[in-house]
Design a protein around this ligand. Sequence first.
Ligand code: YXS
Length: 259
Amino acid sequence: MSLVLADVRDGVGTLTLNHPKKANALSQAVVAGIVAGLAEFRRDKVRVVVLRAQPGAKIWSAGHDVGELPESRRDPLGWDDPLRNLIREIELFPAPVIAMVEGSVWGGATETVFACDLIVAAPEATFSVTPAKLGVPYNVSGMLTFLNSASIRIVKEMAFTAKPVTAERAERLGLINHVVPRDTLEAFTYELARDITTLAPLSIAVMKEQLRILAGAHPMSPQGFERIQGLRRVVYDSRDYAEGIRAFKEKRPPVFKGE
Ligand code: YXS
């Protein structure tokens, strides 16, 4: 059974995360399925994409596949990491990508949802930013995805507490576009999608690309970047990082010592 289901109807492409056994973790294979689906939709000149989990999902996605995170001595979120590729593919796709969210969203999956152009969620949906739970040194462009989604105060609260934000609060904060009752979520999302398919695709594509370039236009000195990379290396070489991953695999709470 494929880990990601792809379907096109009335100019709207749907990608369904279909690996509930592993909480739809964004493994290399799941990301490859999403990227392949987006490539197919690009060939079919699809006007809108809906990215969703299977209907009634309790977990939209549990984020990066922890089993695929390097134990240490290697950047866990380097340029070619599957999650980093996924974020870029969504941002570069030449049509709006709508995240339709049922269930809980964790870590790299929260960044994935926030990288989408529109977000429609059921009231039970929650969004967690989890690097501090595992001891992961998130990467700069990933933090920018969060910073482009919420005020720095909210980003800090989500990152420093790793606590879930409810859909209701996320909508109030402007983190997501709409909260819609689960039984009308699909109809609402696909009506929104179909509305977009009736408008000028070239105009929408260029506005999406303009907003991507403008949202990413942050000056950072080479020294500043090198300083951040040095600090991140200390984190992914730390005992805490190894402990975070080991504790997850051993299904126990981690004990972080700051070393
Ligand atoms: O033990 P089995 O084989 O049945 O597999 C279990 C889990 O191990 C697996 N699973 C995952 N495998 C790899 N990577 C994951 N992120 C992941 N999450 C879950 O899926 C099977 C069912 O999970 P289980 O038994 O825990 O289900 P549950 O209903 O009791 O709990 C669901 C969750 C989502 C609350 C729980 O699985 C959980 O807390 N997952 C981790 C959420 C999380 O911290 N994600 C962040 C991943 S790291 C990441 O995204 C970035 C690198 S960062 O951390 O920097 O943001």
